[in-house]
Write a protein that binds this ligand. Sequence first.
Ligand SMILES: [Zn+2]
Length: 77
Amino acid sequence: MSQSTWKDQIKKKWGPHSHCPICGKAMPMDKQFCSQNCRDNYYASQKKQKKKSRIQMLVMVGMMAVLMVFLLFSSGF
Ligand SMILES: [Zn+2]
C-alpha cells in the first residue's frame, strides 16, 4: 500500500520551507523574505506603522492635556 496524501507529496516536493510574510510565496527556511522587493515592502510598512502609532500617542497626550485643563477650570477657577 503506497497511499500518500497530498500533504506528504508537497512535503517531498518542497522540503522544509516557510512563507514570505508579504506575498505568501514559499521560500527557504533560512530566508525572511522571498525577494528584495518584499523586504522593502515590509520595512516600508513597518515605518508607516511606527509613524501611525506615534501620531496616536500624540493624540492621546493631547486629549489628556485638554481633559486636565478642563478639569482644572471646572473645579472652581
Ligand atoms: Zn514575497
